[in-house]
Write a protein that binds this ligand. Structure first.
Ligand SMILES: [Zn+2]
Length: 392
């Protein structure tokens, strides 16, 4: 052993003595190697730490959802001004008007060709999105004063496996209104009732498409669901049996599906945190009041969103800080598509203009009555609402 060590030493020292340049070069190589090792160690430590956080986050034992308690205690996020500016800048009036609204502006009574064409339009818009919506049709035939008629609700849910849902809804059918014999070509197209609300919903999910896609990948406890109701209108005289065909059927259907899968006590209707129903939107200077005490805190979020966007200079033709949403004013109950859900215990935020537009259920409810800035502003308010509720 000794002799080996002894023999080796002179060779090393001999090398040093032989070439100083080589020594400097070796030092540099060693230094570089040391730096590289340090860097590698730091990278590995960082990666390990991140992966640990990731693992901890996903390995938490899933808390069994308490659908009733969780919806009452749900806390919205508080997006920054910069984030909100980015989100509302994604809303496009041109897309809302040309791509989403235009195809709705036709007669679309249940069971007609126009109704089917509008339904296909909704499918194709949802199909074009990157977020990947699960779209279903809830078709059924119901007796009406005009005999049996077929109806089709459209349901779209971002993540069907999520425990809870924020439900955004409108009715896409139009009312049977007889033509004026003096203007036989003029038909009822219900621009505000409810073509515009449906187009706003399509614009919301289009503008927020990539944010919703990211939201879905995080597998949150609350997802977004859309419902486009058929048969919201009465065929003749509004009554309990001649009205709300689609929403009545959907509420019944959702309360028959166990949720989460295999549940014995709860159904899809219990998974709805909140139903936000949009109706009669498009006329200038609308007023929205809260209709339900148990959702006052969500109505307050709409008020706050309007004020916040106004202060940020993001609303057009909006002289007052608070123009649309008015607190503590009772306009009386309005019968609409929320009723079948309300009767099953779903909390409701009814975003319907009251008083109703002057042209309600007349041939004058046309595209030229739609006030661009109002629709654009309200769409932005809903962007803020969704961003807060879903923490986008
Ligand atoms: Zn109507």
């Amino acid at each position: 052993m000794k002799s080996v060590r002894y023999r080796a030493a002179p060779v090393r020292w001999g090398n040093v003595a032989r070439c100083r340049c080589e020594q400097t070069w070796m030092c540099r190589v060693r230094l570089l190697l040391l730096c590289f090792c340090l860097l590698l160690a730091m990278t590995l430590t960082l990666a390990l730490s991140l992966s640990n956080h990731h693992t901890v986050y996903h390995d938490l034992p899933p808390r069994p959802p308490d659908l009733f308690k969780d919806k009452l205690t749900h806390q919205p996020g508080n997006p920054t001004v910069a984030h909100l500016k980015r989100l509302v800048s994604l809303v496009s009036w041109e897309r809302l008007w040309y791509a989403h609204l235009r195809p709705f502006l036709t007669e679309r009574q249940p069971g007609t060709r126009g109704n089917r064409a509008v339904r296909n339009h909704i499918f194709s818009r949802l199909d074009s999105l990157a977020a990947g919506w699960s779209v279903d049709v809830d078709s059924f035939i119901s007796e009406t004063p005009r005999g049996p008629i077929s109806f089709s609700n459209i349901l779209a849910v971002l993540d069907p496996t999520a425990p809870r849902r924020l439900l955004l809804a409108c009715h896409y059918d139009s009312k049977f209104i007889p033509a004026d014999p003096s203007e036989p070509h003029k038909v009822f197209i219900g621009a505000s009732d409810s073509a515009v609300p449906c187009a706003m919903m399509l614009e919301l999910v289009t503008a927020l498409d990539l944010h919703l896609k990211k939201h879905k990948q995080l597998m949150p406890r609350v997802t977004l669901q859309l419902a486009f109701f058929d048969g919201g209108e009465a065929f003749e005289q509004w009554s309990q049996t001649d009205s709300l065909y689609g929403s009545r059927h959907l509420a019944e259907y959702m309360s028959s599906i166990p949720h989460p899968v295999g549940a014995e006590q709860t159904t899809l209707i219990d998974a709805v945190d909140l139903l936000v129903l949009l109706d009669l939107i498009g006329a200038p200077d609308p007023m929205f009041v809260n209709h339900f005490e148990n959702t006052a805190r969500w109505f307050d979020r709409l008020i706050a969103a309007e004020k916040r966007l106004h202060d940020m200079g993001q609303l057009s033709s909006h002289p007052k800080e608070q123009s649309y949403f008015v607190k503590d004013l009772n306009m009386g109950p309005v019968e609409d598509d929320h009723l079948p859900f309300l009767q099953k215990g779903v909390p409701v935020l009814h975003m319907i203009a009251t008083p109703f537009p002057s042209f309600l259920h007349t041939l004058e409810d046309t595209a030229d009555k739609i006030h661009r800035h109002t629709v654009e502003n309200l769409t932005k308010v809903l962007v803020v609402f969704l961003a807060e509720y879903l923490r986008l």
